[in-house]
Design a protein around this ligand. Sequence first.
Ligand SMILES: [Fe+2]
Length: 269
Amino acid sequence: MSITRKNLLKAAAAAIPAPFLVGAAAMTGPAMAGQELEPTPFCDDGDDPTPPQMEGPYFKPNSPQRTTMLDGAGTRLTLTGWVFGLGCRAISNVLLDFWMADNGGNYDNTTYRFRGHQFTNAQGAFSLTTIVPGLYPGRTRHIHVKVQAPNRPILTTQLYFPGEPRNNTDSLFDPRLLMNVRNVGGGREATFDFVLNIPQSPSPTPTTTGTTSPRPTPTGTSTGTWRAGVYYQVGAVVTYGGLSYRCTIAHTSMTGWEPPNTPALWQRI
Ligand SMILES: [Fe+2]
């Protein structure tokens, strides 16, 4: 694979120490408005958007919010990265919803092992602690993910591991979706940076907050009945099933994330 800006970025990112490796607690602060951030020093524009891939048959909505997916078996894998727009500016509060097979190559379609969503933090970074997913017939090793900036379309795609024998025979495999993976101790550390198809000005305007999304509904006011595909800011109030809920984490709603099913996003009032 030729050296691209993306690869250079990844190489630089690998040298960045721990502050980006934050836990869920740091991702639930009040300043979650999907802001464009200052250009990351080791990022350049010109990267193509991360290509989409098929969802496959095993996605299940309403995953729990968490940054750790472990069940005691398997090789530990830590996946970190940033989510950028086309202008190479990282974006905070981007939803990442991961799902993958367990160590034995099986998807849990009954409960939510190895399913979880999180939001990029104030720096536009994410971190997932999990295991190397197992192989199952017909596919090479992969991780599924949906990525969505506030009030933007969902990118559904898959991430791949370098050096896997089945990469050459899996028709879905795309080298543009290879993670950087290295062995550390008995586990692996992987990095991948998503580039969403979101226009950004190449240089920020210092006096603006530069949100990526249209102005959201005013905080704390009723926005009527809950609907899918709506950007809800913290404090927004909706009704659903005759009950009222207040938004606790800014997000774009999805079918399956109705307020009764998403206590991390909606609080009964
Ligand atoms: Fe899969």
